[in-house]
Design a protein around this ligand. Structure first.
Ligand SMILES: C[S@@+](CC[C@H](N)C(=O)[O-])C[C@H]1O[C@@H](n2cnc3c(N)ncnc32)[C@H](O)[C@@H]1O
Length: 389
């Protein structure tokens, strides 16, 4: 496909997205209809679409319309590309620009439009990030790096780096965690690599790894991952110490890959249904990696930036508070309740911890830490609460 044909494909996919179809579905549908597109074409079209999702408001402003064509015109203008080469009217390329389109567009208005954030979120976002708010919003407009977690129970970080290099995947150590590698070249080869298939590496952002590294894990501890999902944190915890590991999720289907992933990593995990939590407890450490806005990961899942509403944020906050209360019940005396979110928002982070410590007796905040995206990781938050009785 020519560069212009890739842009036309992105225009059609973005129009479907703007009409309400999830972006992934629109991309898959296009790929099925377009057998002629090779893997390089598919990757390039995907990159166009995701760049537009991260920069929707500013691209639409500069391109003069909230349409697939407006978004891609805005992207081309901001990248100072030759518009007549892309909008050429050649076979499979976008049709030439009309006079009205040539005159359209304006620089994004300072504030939410320029920062590519929803208007309603600006107060919470700025209040949470203070002087860093603009810089963080700028990073959220860019592509996320690919990070790997080395399963150090199987191999050292430098040995894994060497193994990946032999398979054409170039990585460098990431400063955020002693298990983290950042992929510089060959990211698309990871899932088929021997190192991945043998459970030597997993895809996981470096901030998540750093948060797991902070947990006070010791051999023999009984540890519950209360919101286990796909098990990313559970696997990372098991790689750090010889723990007795349990996993639970309100939606057990979310854990369907966990047994396979655990086997690949060479660890054992017992899955618990909600009704089995109390009888199986108490636990020395309960990790609550709660459902959240995902604002720290909006580079990877940019549609989340536009689909979040004040109502869904309220629902998430209620659910976070409830999870903390339920999980606290099954922490052993002197045990630890570890709270984690991939959110940048204070209302999901410090505020939740404060509400919990204010309304419960015998719990103290032992430590907390946040990552804002300015250190080359996703945004992330963790707090450790210790039970005193
Ligand atoms: C952020 S994800 C977990 C990601 C996972 N820990 C990982 O590292 O791959 C949050 C998970 O919480 C689960 N969840 C939502 N409400 C819950 C509840 N009330 N109790 C337990 N799990 C819940 C969701 O189904 C979802 O899988």
């Amino acid at each position: 496909m020519t560069p212009a044909a890739r842009v036309q494909a992105a225009i059609e996919i973005l129009d479907e997205y703007l009409a309400g179809k999830p972006a992934e579905q629109a991309l898959t549908g296009w790929a099925r209809r377009s057998r002629y597109a090779g893997s390089g074409d598919r990757a390039a079209v995907r990159d166009h679409v995701f760049d537009a999702l991260r920069n929707t408001r500013s691209f639409a402003a500069v391109g003069g319309a909230m349409t697939g064509r407006g978004l891609m015109l805005g992207a081309a203008r901001l990248a100072e590309q030759d518009l007549d080469t892309l909008f050429s009217g050649a076979t499979y390329a976008p049709t030439p620009l009309s006079p009205a389109e040539r005159d359209s567009g304006h620089p994004p208005k300072p504030g939410a439009e320029a920062l590519d954030l929803p208007d309603w979120l600006m107060g919470d976002f700025s209040g949470s990030l203070g002087d860093n708010a603009e810089a963080v919003a700028e990073v959220l407009k860019q592509r996320a790096p690919v990070h790997l977690r080395v399963n150090t129970a199987k191999m050292t970080r430098s040995a894994a780096q060497g193994l990946l290099r032999e398979e054409g995947i170039t990585c460098v150590p990431h400063a955020a965690a002693d298990t983290a590698l950042e992929v510089k070249e060959g990211a698309r080869r990871i899932r088929n690599s021997q190192a991945y298939r043998d459970g030597v590496v997993e895809l996981q952002d470096a901030a998540s790894q750093a948060a797991v590294q902070m947990l006070p894990l010791r051999d023999g501890m009984r540890v519950l991952d209360f919101c286990a999902g796909g098990g990313g944190k559970a696997l990372a915890m098991a790689a750090r110490a010889g723990i007795e590991l349990y996993a639970h999720d309100a939606d057990p289907a979310r854990m369907s890959d966990l047994p396979k992933r655990a086997a690949r990593a060479g660890i054992e995990v017992k899955i618990l249904k909600s009704g089995d939590l109390q009888p199986a407890g108490p636990f020395d450490l309960v990790l609550c990696d709660v459902p959240c806005s995902g604002s720290g990961t909006w580079r990877r899942a940019p549609h989340g930036k536009w689909s979040l509403t004040p109502e869904t944020l309220d629902r998430l906050r209620n659910s976070q508070a409830q999870i903390l209360c339920e999980a606290a019940d099954i922490v052993a005396p002197n045990g630890v309740l570890a709270y984690m979110t991939c959110s940048l928002l204070e209302v999901e982070n410090d505020a939740q911890v404060s509400v919990f410590t204010e309304k419960t007796r015998n719990w103290v905040l032992q430590s907390k830490r946040s990552w804002s995206l300015l250190d080359g990781t996703d945004g992330f938050f963790t707090a450790h609460l210790k039970r005193l009785d």
